[in-house]
Design a binder for this molecule. Structure first.
Ligand SMILES: O=C(O)CC1=CCC(=O)O1
Length: 96
């Protein structure tokens, strides 16, 4: 199943910089491992915002929930999920 996910990050200003840097480094490693596995298909920065648009390809809602709630930045994020289904006019073979 494909899901479009918007993640808005809001790290509190009073979090020590070293702690924030460590969480961001773990977030990057976690994300890159999932990208390499094919489950996190796309990640795009939203211009001018500390936010991204991502596309996940996972088994079901439960797997997506597990992945998102495991994000090191999860507690500092607002997350919006939109389930996707193949468009009947799509010419791309990997759209589902
Ligand atoms: O910077 C972000 O948009 C948050 C994030 C998600 C995965 C990652 O590496 O950073």
């Amino acid at each position: 199943m494909l899901f479009h996910v918007r993640m808005d990050v809001n790290i509190p200003g009073d979090l020590p910089q070293a702690e924030a840097a460590e969480i961001i480094a773990r977030e990057r490693a976690y994300s890159q491992e999932l990208q390499m596995s094919g489950k996190w298909r796309h990640i795009w920065r939203i211009v001018g915002q500390y936010a991204n648009y991502s596309v996940f390809d996972v088994k079901d809602n439960a797997e997506l929930h597990e992945i998102l709630s495991g994000l090191p930045l999860f507690k500092f994020m607002e997350i919006e999920v939109t389930p996707l289904v193949r468009h009947p006019s799509s010419v791309r073979e990997d759209d589902s």
